[in-house]
Design a protein around this ligand. Sequence first.
Ligand code: SAM
Length: 408
Amino acid sequence: MLYRWQASSRPAAGAEQGARATVAGMTTTPDTPPIDTVDEARVEAFVEQFLTDLAGAATTVMTVVGDRLGLYPAMAGTGPVTAAELAAATGLHPRLVTEWLASQTVSGYLTHDPAAGTYELPAEIAMVLAETDSPAYLIGAAEIITGQYLTLAELEAAVRGDDGIDYDAFPNCLFHGVERFFRTAYTHEMASTWFPVVDGLVPRLEAGARVADVGCGHGQSSLQLAGHWSTCTVTGFDLHEPSIVTARAKAVEAGMDGRVSFHVADAADVGPGPSPWCCSPMRCTTWATPRPHCARPATCSPTAASSSPSSPGRWTASRTASATPRCASTTRSPPRCAPRARWPSPGRTGWAPRAAPPRGCGCWQRPDSAGPRSPPTPAPTSCSPRPSEARAGHRRPRWAVSSATRVR
Ligand SMILES: C[S@@+](CC[C@H](N)C(=O)[O-])C[C@H]1O[C@@H](n2cnc3c(N)ncnc32)[C@H](O)[C@@H]1O
């Protein structure tokens, strides 16, 4: 049904008996020609969508609070708890823990038994929010969103004409959120699903390749790749110096600093080397303006590597591989996979990707036997924005390249 907007709140002549729009601020005037017409159902549908979006944004605030304060891990696998028990277990303020529990219940993240006064984190939701090694552990994304809100001023300036947001301008929680978010996919899909779709890549890795991880961030992909293929040496490159510092520390922590190294470098300077090489199409997210350093050199051609026997290496990109059709990803629901492993109760024996999945299927699977659990990556305790001023001569990374891997 079409309606027109009224200039004043007073109904137009002849409209008094007409049906009134159900959306505030709109009245119907069926016997006068419309000035501007709107589809009421569409307005109402969008209002619903918008309110849902706002509810999601508000929920994310509480999710980050629950993550940073350790509320989800404290509830995972413990069964129903009262607010007082949870507050005691976490050392938090009982009344505000009660408020948090109520808000999370309204959001559908927790179940509540009013008679018993208890709250419970269901196992399936704990997989997403609390189980660090679960294939559905995605809570890092909430930190990314937080980082985006903390750089609203920079975004506003960028849209006014500053032409982009310095990657340096984002707060630590965003880098940390990226690491945690992508880590899940690297753990459960990189070796088992992504790399096998690139012809000849896995045998080269097994034979002991030199790998360049371009846009390595905190080094999760480099370290996991080196951990999976112990004959490979991996060199991570990233424009963002603080990320490289963090990646180096993680390599030392993992005892891999001999085989994995990290360097501050622009993707454009990493290749192509003396022979043609192939860079599979790289997806540049559009948070900031795509830049020349989206690493698509002029020599990049989908056929270059295959047509050139002298090619020193093949390139792959995580986004490219993840775009390959498959029946499961961290953003798709497990029921699409068949057969699907039945989920045991979470968190007690560790998660592992299927060892050798059929091509195109990344079904998740729990190991039969207990396996080591990776140490949890703790949430940052503070999230203050970094100073956004540019350093002289520093080439500032933008939110552009996801990750690219080159294998020699
Ligand atoms: C989405 S993050 C991915 C980080 C890492 N691959 C991971 O999964 O944790 C993209 C990374 O690309 C880096 N980057 C963007 N443009 C770059 C460029 N031209 N050269 C090198 N690194 C770049 C950013 O600094 C950032 O660390």
